[in-house]
Design a protein around this ligand. Structure first.
Ligand code: ADP
Ligand code: MG
Ligand code: MG
Length: 255
């Protein structure tokens, strides 16, 4: 069983006003097969955490560690992280003009597994995954994310998740901009991958809505660059009723 461990992680970005520390000592351990929801207000640093795990060059790690089965993730290049089994679905997926979904998926699969998948079974996998995500097959020939609606982008991300079969997935606000039907289809996709491959999930969200469909084993409250509380699914319900006010008051006093 694999473990993704984040310890006392400190991360800064360069802004016009100078260096700003955004993550201020994040601790989180995720075992394979577990779903961890990270919930917090806007601007608390949730996407920064996701980008740092993915290896985005804008985010400078100034302290702490991220390890995958004891291996130093921070020492790995972005492609090495993917090969090691990490997957990130971004809050704002990028468009890749001139590259079709079909080419992109096969190239990504080849890069992650170290060899090109056999064509026929691969095409069959792609078709059946798209069918389960209710994606029209014409999307295979469209350029990655170009002109996709919000919901189509999220489905395309879950399609990658299904086909690449990572060990851990970081899903950043996968629920944002989805109507109820799309939310259900996307959530079913995540649950299906988790059942089939024992995926570990870091599910970042601002709202509790998606947690009705993807049941977390653990809920973490993230405020001002830190985990400030932790519990089971009941914590998500309390956040829905009470919001983040009591944590925000605490964070302000701590500053
Ligand atoms: P969340 O995802 O929780 O809404 P973010 O991680 O996107 O939060 O942002 C946390 C804080 O860091 C915000 O104040 C944001 O403006 C700032 N921030 C994030 N990325 C950058 C960046 N590249 N340059 C400047 N500020 C940034
Ligand atoms: Mg610290
Ligand atoms: Mg965000």
């Amino acid at each position: 069983m694999s473990t993704l461990q984040i310890s006392d992680l400190h991360v800064s970005v360069e802004t016009d006003q100078g260096t700003k520390e955004i993550l201020r000592g994040v601790d989180l351990t995720i075992n394979q097969g577990e779903i961890h929801a990270v919930m917090g207000p806007n601007g608390s640093g949730k996407s920064t955490l996701a980008y740092t795990i993915a290896g985005h060059p804008k985010y400078e790690v100034t302290g702490g560690s991220i390890t995958l089965d004891g291996e130093d993730v921070l020492e790995m290049e972005v492609d090495e992280r993917a090969k090691a089994g990490l997957f990130l679905a971004m809050q704002y997926p990028v468009e890749i003009p001139g590259v079709t979904m079909s080419n992109f998926l096969r190239t990504a699969k080849t890069a992650v597994s170290g060899e090109a998948p056999a064509l026929r079974p691969w095409l069959k996998d792609v078709r059946s995954s798209m069918e389960m995500l209710r994606m029209d097959p014409v999307f295979q020939e469209r350029n990655v994310n170009e002109g996709f609606s919000g919901g189509e982008k999220k489905r395309a991300e879950i399609l990658q998740l299904e086909l690449l079969k990572p060990t851990f997935a970081v899903l950043d606000e996968t629920d944002s901009g989805l109507d109820v039907d799309a939310l259900r289809i996307v959530s079913e996709g995540v649950n299906r991958v988790k059942e089939n491959t024992n995926l570990g999930v870091l599910l970042i969200t601002h709202y509790t809505r998606i947690l009705r469909y993807i049941k977390p084993d653990f809920v973490h409250v993230f405020v001002a660059g830190r985990m400030v509380d932790e519990g089971g699914p009941e914590l998500a319900e309390r956040l829905e009723n009470e919001g983040y006010d009591r944590y925000l008051a605490g964070a302000q006093q701590a500053d």
